[in-house]
Design a protein around this ligand. Structure first.
Ligand SMILES: *Cc1c(COP(=O)(O)O)cnc(C)c1O
Length: 389
């Protein structure tokens, strides 16, 4: 049995999305900036994708800027506002559990003279709105706090943070890469000025994403070149990718209505099964404010790397945290920020469910896990030889 429990790292392209993209590789190959008929057909598809993407999040089409993915959208949001508002201030507020795309961009800006305050999270990985308010100064120009965390699934009080930001005249960006399609929201309800979305996390293709940029935000482009995307993101557009992202976003309502409750039930079955079969296990993340598809466990007395290898041998794909962090020896910055001791953080496993996962797959995982955990714990404690099987 091959089981994919790593949808927070990437998802397969939905066959409907793939079918929508296909004509735009070789058949409809025109450059959307060309005035002739080849270009016009493609331009029309591009604008239809923009309308679908905007409708899915309650935005206007001209507020959608297509990018090469979540990382680029995040860079554009943070750098674009920081540079354009330097005369108003140099202070940025973010959280300790952000994706590296946010944290490293803020760190980079700190090297350019910006001041960055990283607000902490509680034991469940949640940011406290009062701490965000306390971090704000007269020099604050931007707050960037993610909607849902990619490692533990905790959902942040983004609407309240957005309301705070707006009342203080501060721009607000939220990384919604993991929440879109899992948690229903519209940009106006969240009071966001910018959000970032990635195609490959929502059954669209890799290498495409978007920045929602509210009308009127004082912002400047990060790259220079042609006038594409109204001058906000120059470069010939990834047309098949954009068409695919538009289609993936048009299908989000299906995931919200049909898939989210089903995934929540599978997640509940996983937690029930793991905690009842394995002694001494901890579930990381918020008990109620969490994504329906992510669960993070800590198994004291073992290393996640060994656990992942053993699961892989059984055909099960999971992760030790974020895809970017696994492989590195350092435990996850998210778990450490939640106050989880290093030894425990090193033995943490993230399972992220998706639309093709079944109850039978969950049960298969539950049937192989107890043996693996027991054996790795015995090895770690010196009671058994380190053999993978
Ligand atoms: C995957 C991810 C990103 C990066 O998106 P890419 O399209 O892979 O660049 C950013 N933030 C979060 C929370 C993610 O899970």
């Amino acid at each position: 049995m091959r089981v994919y429990f790593d949808h927070a790292a990437t998802t397969p392209v939905d066959p409907v999305v793939f079918a929508a993209m296909e004509p735009f590789f070789a058949g409809e190959f025109g450059n959307p900036s060309s005035g002739h008929s080849f270009g016009r057909t493609v331009k029309k598809a591009l604008e239809e994708a923009r309308e679908k993407a905007a409708a899915a999040i309650g935005a206007q089409p001209d507020e959608i800027v297509f990018t090469s993915g979540g990382t680029e959208a995040i860079n554009m949001a943070i750098r674009g506002v920081a540079r354009a508002n330097r005369d108003r201030g140099n202070h940025i507020v973010t959280s300790a559990v952000e994706h590296h795309a946010v944290l490293d961009t803020c760190r980079d800006l700190a090297g350019e003279g910006f001041e960055v305050t990283v607000v902490p999270v509680d034991e469940y990985g949640m940011v406290n709105v009062d701490e965000v308010a306390a971090a704000v100064t007269d020099r604050t120009i931007l707050i960037s706090i993610m909607h849902a965390n990619n490692e533990v699934g905790t959902i942040q009080p983004v609407a309240q943070i957005g309301a705070l930001a707006r009342s203080r005249g501060i721009y607000f960006h939220s990384d919604t890469v993991q929440s879109v399609g899992k948690v229903p929201f519209r940009v106006n309800d969240l009071h966001v000025d910018m959000i970032s979305i990635s195609g490959h996390k929502i059954y669209g293709p890799k290498g495409i994403g978007l920045l929602y940029l509210r009308r009127g935000v004082r912002w400047q482009p990060v790259a220079t070149g042609g006038g594409q995307e109204r001058g906000r993101r120059p470069g010939t557009e990834n047309v098949p990718g954009i068409v695919g992202l538009g289609e993936a976003m048009a299908r989000l309502s299906v995931h919200l209505e049909k898939e989210a409750p089903r995934l929540a039930e599978l997640r509940r079955r996983l937690i029930e099964g793991v905690t009842s079969r394995i002694p001494d296990v901890r579930v990381n993340g918020h008990p109620t404010e969490h994504l329906p598809n992510i669960v993070n466990f800590s198994f004291p007395g073992l290393e996640a790397e060994a656990l992942l290898i053993s699961l892989d041998i059984k055909g099960i794909a999971a992760s030790a945290g974020s895809a970017c962090a696994s492989g590195a020896l350092e435990p996850s910055h998210v778990l450490l920020a939640m106050g989880i001791p290093r030894e425990l953080a090193r033995g943490s496993l993230r399972l992220s469910l998706g639309k093709d996962n079944t109850e039978a797959e969950v049960d298969y995982f539950l049937s192989v896990l107890p043996d693996i955990v027991a054996r790795l714990r015995a090895v770690a404690s010196g009671a058994a030889a380190p053999v993978f099987r």
